[in-house]
Design a protein around this ligand. Structure first.
Ligand code: NAD
Length: 478
């Protein structure tokens, strides 16, 4: 029987319920209240800020190698506890347990990469005039405020914590009010690995109050956010007023361009696995299927067949392939997207409605002949819904792919080298996968262009947002 450990805040090295009004945490598969979320007051946030300041100094007193060793020990513990933590993610977020376990392993690998990058944060030595030394050094920017969403309760906090800790910063993290316990479990692993307790503070409660308060505080030197574009724009404005750098990891609406020269049936079956993972609630999920005319019907036939065979259920059950949506907001949003598309002339090829009346379950849904003005091909759908449209010529596919303000991820399938080269250069996205549905890993850069945000997590750029380059010009004798 899986157990859920109720979330707490971590302030000044102590787990606490805080002094604000608690909020319910709901299991999306059963709609039961599983815990009460602690809520921070301004006084709690002040204590977290003071703690982050002390934690920053303490973390800075260690060498990069010592910091890396501590984080690596924490990650080993995280890997060891993966099977124990996975059901906790399922209970608060909904995804199947195996998907949750793989997310934990991925988070460990991201944090490990970031920790090791901290050991390679070299500066530069500039050729100098006789009697002078000129060099650039990389320094941790200072305490970081991190805000993470509910779709990846471990790996999203993992990206933020990994980058900040690897760079030598302390962090105050506010994870989603819907998936708070996973962050606590992750941080407990790092503490058990030897992380000085004040290096991470966890706060929870009212998002708008917490972000406004932390971003305005002079203690906080950088902000990192993953979530929707509207909230990202709001936080970017707050950060601009305080002149603070930000990483913005925002929404997407990833095009999938399939050309006539590939096996449409094979790609459709792969697409179903990628599309419906985490019930489609992934910022890099394939979301706009743009299929060349001759491949269209074969693609749709296989896609619909595989989508309608997906076993939807409680993620704690072993044979479940897709869990519920993470919250009731997504349920309403998806019902509206289907109704709007249908009213504008799209065909519901499979799915299209809620399953049952308890738990936020929604059918894997495929829409065909979707017109350009349907909401589902314009706003991020963030759910198990796949609109399919047709194209004739190469230029038309590029035009459809680039017509939205989003630019996070894109996919294309073709055996033409010339097309692949052209697509890689011309489709506007921060990430592109050609002929497969994998996206970025710990050692590759992750991030968007246009309204999908800016800044990169992962790869050799992973610490950039959390470090400054200081130029030192030294005359050797005074
Ligand atoms: P939302 O925009 O209200 O919230 C998104 C996330 O931001 C939540 O985790 C929330 O806790 C946090 N948040 C909201 N207001 C905040 C504030 N003022 N300060 C700090 N954090 C704040 O929407 P939602 O209903 O939770 O999700 C809806 C949309 O968000 C989805 O359709 C999807 O487009 C987007 N989303 C994107 C990602 C991603 O990975 N990029 C993740 C989750 C949600």
């Amino acid at each position: 029987m899986a157990t859920y450990k109720a979330p707490l805040m971590l302030i000044g090295g102590e787990w606490t319920k805080g002094s604000g009004e608690p909020k319910e945490v709901i299991n999306p598969a059963t709609e039961e209240v599983i815990a009460m979320l602690p809520s921070a007051t301004e006084a709690d946030l002040d204590r977290a800020l003071q703690s982050a300041q002390r934690g920053f100094r303490e973390w800075q007193e260690l060498s990069a190698e010592q910091r890396c060793d501590i984080i690596m020990r924490g990650c080993r513990i995280l890997r060891e506890r993966a099977a124990e933590i996975a059901p906790l993610i399922t209970i608060e977020q909904g995804k199947p347990v195996e998907e949750a376990r793989l997310e934990i392993i991925r988070a460990a690998s991201i944090i490990e990469w970031d920790a090791n990058e901290g050991r390679r944060a070299y500066g530069t030595i500039v050729p100098s005039d006789p009697g002078f030394n000129r060099y650039g050094i990389k320094l941790a920017i200072g305490p970081v405020a991190a805000f993470t969403p509910w779709n990846f309760p471990i790996s999203s906090p993992g990206r933020k914590l990994g980058g900040a800790l690897g760079a030598g910063c302390s962090v105050i993290i506010k994870s989603s009010e819907e998936t708070p316990a996973a962050t606590c479990a992750l941080v407990q692993c790092l503490l058990d690995g030897g992380l000085p307790p004040e290096v991470i503070n966890i706060v929870s409660g009212k998002s708008s109050m917490i972000s406004a308060y932390l971003i305005a505080s002079p203690v906080i030197r950088a902000i990192t956010f993953t979530g929707s574009t509207p909230v990202g724009k709001h936080l970017a404005k707050l950060a601009a007023e305080a002149m603070k750098p930000v990483v913005m990891e925002l929404g997407g609406h990833s095009p999938v361009i399939v050309f006539d020269d590939v096996d449409a049936d094979k790609i459709a079956r792969q697409a179903v696995a990628a599309k419906f993972r985490n019930a489609g609630q992934i910022c890099t999920a394939p979301t706009r299927f743009i299929i060349q005319e001759k491949a269209h019907d074969a693609f749709v036939e296989s896609f619909v067949k595989a989508a309608s065979a997906i076993k939807v259920g409680n993620g704690l059950e072993a044979d479940t392939q897709m869990g519920p949506l993470a919250n009731s907001r997504r349920l309403r949003a998806l019902e509206e997207l289907v109704a709007d598309a249908r009213a504008k002339g799209a065909t519901v090829a499979t799915g299209g409605k809620r399953i049952g009346n308890r738990g936020y379950f929604f059918e894997p849904t495929v829409l065909t002949d979707v017109p350009d003005d349907a909401d589902v091909v314009n706003v991020e759908p963030f759910g198990p819904i796949a609109p399919v449209v047709r194209f004739r010529e190469f230029e038309e596919a590029i035009e459809i792919a680039n017509r939205l303000p989003y630019g996070l991820c894109s996919y294309a399938f073709t055996n033409s080298q010339a097309y692949s080269h052209e697509l890689a250069h011309r489709v506007e996205s921060g990430i592109m996968s050609l002929n497969h549905f994998g996206t970025s890993q710990a050692d590759t850069p992750f991030g968007g262009v246009k309204e999908s945000g800016y800044g990169r997590e992962g790869g050799y750029e992973t610490l950039d947002a959390f470090m400054i380059t200081k130029f030192v010009s030294q005359k050797i004798t005074a």
